[in-house]
Design a protein around this ligand. Structure first.
Ligand code: ADP
Ligand code: ADP
Ligand code: ZN
Length: 213
């Protein structure tokens, strides 16, 4: 099972991708999480990615593509995967298609979590993230059991630097400009499915399950 999650930053891709991964036993691959782990460990990749992420811009395709291709070589990807935050540009989508084709495989579903920009601003300003395990919470919609502590791993929750309002606006522009065209790309390939991401998390998840089953 190979799934791509599409949607604006803050639409709920990560929230849903984690649930799908758990339900269907495939790895959840988030390029954003991989970059944040590299930043935390101050690796050369992290140092490069941070320059772009802090401005709300996309990390250059060459860097992201080589990172994701290495990830596909890990044995857990044999069962498939849920990609969250990749691809974000047409060249990234083409690189994915080529890698799949070379293995005689194809993408099964591109699921667009559709949420209007007004709702996005609220989601991002209330988002709190665990930089240890990648879990996300929302101070109103989905608070952790103990304030500022990750339910899953006990780590401290933080507001991501790029979730501050000025950066969010730029990320939304970048999304509409560079990532939204992927909807047409996957519609042309016959694998695009859209779910209403403004519904409650469980309801969104049910819609996704009915597509995948
Ligand atoms: P969100 O969860 O808000 O959609 P992510 O965690 O997926 O954000 O990504 C955070 C940042 O990491 C992006 O704004 C971008 O700078 C960088 N990034 C993540 N994935 C990609 C990608 N596939 N291509 C380019 N940049 C990426
Ligand atoms: P993305 O990975 O697309 O950037 P996240 O999954 O991190 O988005 O979700 C962004 C924020 O919105 C988080 O604070 C999350 O708890 C919250 N959220 C996710 N899905 C929903 C939903 N269906 N309703 C309300 N809030 C949600
Ligand atoms: Zn955690």
């Amino acid at each position: 099972m190979k799934i791509v999650m599409l949607g604006a930053p803050g639409a709920g891709k990560g929230t849903q991708a984690k649930k799908i991964a758990e339900e269907y036993g495939v790895p959840h691959i988030s390029t954003g999480d991989i970059f944040r782990a590299n930043i935390k460990n101050n690796t050369p990749l992290g140092q490069q990615a941070k320059i772009y992420m802090d401005k709300g811009e996309l990390v250059p395709d060459e860097l992201v593509v080589s990172l994701i291709m290495d990830r596909f070589d890990e044995p857990d990807c044999e069962k498939g995967y849920v990609l969250d935050g990749y691809p974000r540009t047409i060249p990234q989508a083409k690189a994915l298609d080529k890698a799949l084709e070379d293995n005689g495989e194809k993408l099964d579903y591109a699921i667009d979590v559709d949420v209007p920009d007004e709702v996005i601003i609220d989601r991002m300003s209330g988002r709190r993230a665990c930089l240890n395990c990648g879990a996300t919470y929302h101070i109103v919609n989905n608070p952790p059991k103990t304030e500022s502590v990750c339910d899953a791993c006990g780590n401290e929750l933080v507001q991501r630097d790029d979730d501050k309002e000025e950066t969010v606006k730029n990320r939304l522009d970048v999304y509409h400009d560079q990532t939204e065209p992927l909807k047409q790309y996957y519609a042309d390939a016959g694998v695009l499915y859209t779910v209403d991401g403004t519904k409650e998390m469980e309801e969104v998840f049910k819609s996704i399950c009915s597509i995948v089953e």
